[in-house]
Design a protein around this ligand. Structure first.
Ligand SMILES: *Cc1c(COP(=O)(O)O)cnc(C)c1O
Length: 380
């Protein structure tokens, strides 16, 4: 059996950190949370990092905070991608903004020309998703954002560790949202992080993450001299991260760069084993992208038959993602992104995790080739 994902925890180090939390009574957001925020801010190059209970929470609070601080109106438009996990687009809509779908290109990320074509007087930001860790053509998109005075939000759920060689992602992206969900590159059980330069956004996200509470104020004064007073200055909910998740994240973080190197080795072997097969295509990863390599995806004919064939051999592949404009909830955009529609029907995510052996990789690759060489050459 070869599974799509298989979370690898550095158990002893995780337990050592968790034990410290439990012994000291640290469970909520505290010392470990602050430590991980500091580390992650340094690692990503952002001044502010706010640890939350998921990336979905991070996206929601980001769009709501940007809308309020930058005075965007209901129905203002965010140009976004249809090839993503639905959280990206749900959170735009939940903030009262309108997801306007642009098409993707051969990187599976937003196509710069399509983004240009979607800009209107109501466009406020572009939401870019680095699929599988790929940066796609984000530099060109950042340039478009600068030209049109748009904010650039990065759903970096797949991108813990992704870098661009000649610039920092943090130099071109306003807000990056990371996921530390249990299948992602840096994994906990569930957590996320909002990273940004704008201290106003960070403060608003942090305030909204816990019921809009501000402990530096009281309802009758801008200064709080008693620790038991507080003011409620904003609307919010319960979205904050906790020390147990931060304890796991800190242990996993120490292995992030070497984990990614191993991911690249696995990807290289897949690429080498599949190179001879002219019935499939690889996803374009630009030269200057050092990908976190969360996924290894290929484009194939008869994708669903191939997936069923692989499952008959207990090889479990995945689909990242169904074109979001096909969903009932987003059908207002149906038919607007032909490339996304095409890829949605032809992409396949191969089993990809740190427990894969060379034999697993070779077996998966051979099985794919066996199927593709065996089926008629039509690219249905
Ligand atoms: C996983 C994922 C999310 C959501 O992350 P959670 O931490 O599970 O909320 C958002 N966007 C993308 C692209 C993802 O893959």
């Amino acid at each position: 059996m070869v599974s799509l994902f298989s979370p690898v925890f550095y158990v002893d180090e995780c337990l050592e950190n968790i034990r410290e939390c439990l012994e000291k009574g640290w469970a909520g957001p505290g010392v470990k949370t602050a430590e991980f925020e500091k580390e992650w801010g340094k690692y990503t190059g952002y001044e502010n990092a706010v640890f939350l209970n998921s990336a979905t929470a991070g996206l929601e609070l980001t769009f709501k905070s940007m809308k309020e601080l930058y005075r965007w109106r209901d129905g203002d438009e965010i140009i976004t991608t249809p090839i993503t996990f639905i959280s990206t687009n749900h959170t735009i809509m939940d903030a009262g903004l309108k997801p306007v779908f642009a098409d993707v290109n051969d990187t599976l990320c937003l196509d710069p020309q399509s983004v240009r074509d979607r800009i209107t007087t109501r466009t406020r930001a572009v939401a870019f998703v680095g699929i599988g860790g790929n940066t796609g053509d984000i530099k060109e998109i950042a340039q478009i954002c600068r030209e049109h005075d748009l904010k650039l939000v990065l759903d970096a759920a797949h991108m813990s560790g992704t870098r661009i060689k000649d610039t920092g992602l943090e130099d071109i992206v306003d807000v990056s949202i990371y996921s530390f969900q249990s299948t992602k590159v840096l994994l906990t059980a569930d957590a996320g992080m909002v990273c940004c330069h704008d201290g106003g956004i960070a403060k608003k996200v942090r305030t909204k993450a816990w019921v809009g509470m501000d402990k530096t104020r009281t309802p009758w004064s801008d200064e709080n001299t008693q620790r038991w007073y507080f003011d409620i200055v904003d609307f919010g909910g319960s979205y904050f991260g906790n020390d147990i998740m931060a304890a796991i994240a800190l242990a996993q973080y120490r292995h992030l760069d070497s984990d990614i190197e191993r991911r690249h080795k696995i990807a290289d072997r897949y690429r080498e084993k599949l190179a001879g097969c002219d019935k499939l295509e690889f996803i374009r990863v630009p030269e200057d992208c050092y990908s976190a390599q969360w996924l290894f995806q290929i484009v194939v004919p008869k994708r669903d038959e191939l997936m069923a064939f692989l499952e008959s051999k207990e090889i479990f592949a995945g689909l990242h993602y169904l074109d979001n404009t096909q969903f009932r909830h987003y059908r207002y955009a149906k038919g607007t992104c032909p490339n996304a529609d095409y890829y949605s029907r032809h992409i396949l995510s191969l089993p990809f995790h740190l427990r894969l052996t060379e034999e697993d990789i070779d077996w998966v690759a051979e099985s794919i080739i066996e199927f593709l060489e065996g089926c008629a050459s039509d690219k249905a």
